[in-house]
Design a protein around this ligand. Structure first.
Ligand code: SAM
Ligand code: SF4
Length: 323
């Protein structure tokens, strides 16, 4: 479907839970969060019904996120059911990787189309500082396991947090040098706990990488559903990507909406605009739901105002929004 500004909306990020087994400093407070009650979280059947309605209005690419989506029970089976809906184009997952090793076989068998692993550093000490947990080996083993299983649709998402170390950036990029996976550097957004930290510009990351590997070639093709720009370095098996939410606004071509784990349909990452649709799911038929969703999504805001506070600025944390 198109919104009032003519943008094609075809992608929804679905948060399966606000719970997480890490506490990234820029995403969640150390003491954790007040957890939602189980009865407030949408059941899988409810999400599937909503997805059938999304498909009817042309939104057929589903990204599963969280909190940490893999801490919710039954995710592989849910992926299988979501993929089996007539009209689903793609089901992808973003995860911190902690449970990947344990769940790799099940996930590959579920038919998941792509897995993005969030990994902000290759340094064990820094991983502990950033996530407040000592789990880097568990995450790296999980990535290796997926690769050993022959799973190829893997990306690494990195949010570099100051102070960054050039050698760490190079080690992260080396994942794309040695393996056929893409590594994407993402600008930290001033949302929730993120307001307390500084990220890194893509120019800085690029200069570190070009100093080491020579000039990169821009890649014009499309990889995935997101707003990343990709480059390729000589002899790299994978691509290096950059996502710059702040520097280059991509709102004009934004294709996405977000569904929280409690059923709040959020129209723009930065705004608190949205509608709680949890109350409609069981009352309406799939066709009626589709009509309702289309009405709500039509009003997606034109652009974000990151960097400017407005009365509608989002005050939630990223673990509640899903990234
Ligand atoms: N737990 C999963 C994970 O870490 O991939 C899924 C949820 S997490 C909120 C999704 C993504 O949002 C992660 O890649 C995380 O690094 C990113 N994120 C969290 N806070 C952010 C911020 N303030 N700016 C940019 N990215 C952020
Ligand atoms: Fe958890 Fe992901 Fe937030 Fe880190 S970024 S605290 S892994 S939800």
């Amino acid at each position: 479907m198109k919104d009032r500004y003519g943008r094609v909306i075809d992608y929804v990020r679905i948060s399966l839970t606000d719970r997480c087994n890490l506490r990234c400093i820029y995403c969640m407070p150390e003491e954790g969060i007040e957890l939602l009650k189980h009865e407030d979280i949408l059941r899988y059947e409810e999400i599937l019904k909503l997805c059938s309605a999304f498909i009817k209005i042309g939104i057929s690419t589903f990204k599963l996120t969280g909190g940490e989506p893999l801490v919710r029970k039954g995710v592989p089976e849910f992926i299988r059911e979501l993929k089996a809906l007539p009209g689903t184009r793609e089901v992808t997952l973003t995860t911190n990787g902690v449970l990947l090793g344990k769940m790799a076989n099940e996930l590959v068998d579920s038919g998941i189309d792509r897995i993005n692993v969030s990994l902000d550093t290759m340094d064990a000490e820094e991983f502990r500082r950033l996530t407040r947990f000592d789990k880097i080996d568990t995450v790296l083993d999980g990535i290796d396991k997926l690769i050993k299983l022959g799973y190829e649709n893997l990306k690494i998402n990195t949010v570099p947090i100051q102070p960054i170390k050039p050698e760490d950036i190079i080690k992260l990029a080396d994942l794309a040098r040695n393996k056929p996976i893409s590594v994407r550097f993402i600008e930290l957004m001033p949302i929730g706990e993120g307001t307390e930290y500084s990220g890194s510009s893509s120019e800085l990351i690029m200069s570190i990488l070009e100093d080491k590997y020579g000039l990169a070639k821009a890649y014009q093709g499309k990889l995935g559903n997101g707003p990343a720009n990709y480059v390729k370095f000589d002899k790299f098996k994978g691509y290096i990507g950059f996502i710059e939410a702040l520097n280059s606004k991509f709102c004009g071509s934004c294709n996405r909406i977000r569904l929280s784990s409690t059923g709040f349909l959020k129209l723009c990452l930065h705004y608190d605009y949205g509608v709680d649709i949890s109350g409609f799911i069981n009352k309406l038929s799939v066709d009626e739901l589709a009509e309702k969703l289309a009405e709500i999504i039509y009003d997606k805001p034109k652009a974000h105002m990151l960097g400017h506070k407005t009365e509608h600025t989002e005050n939630k944390r990223m673990n509640q929004i899903g990234g």
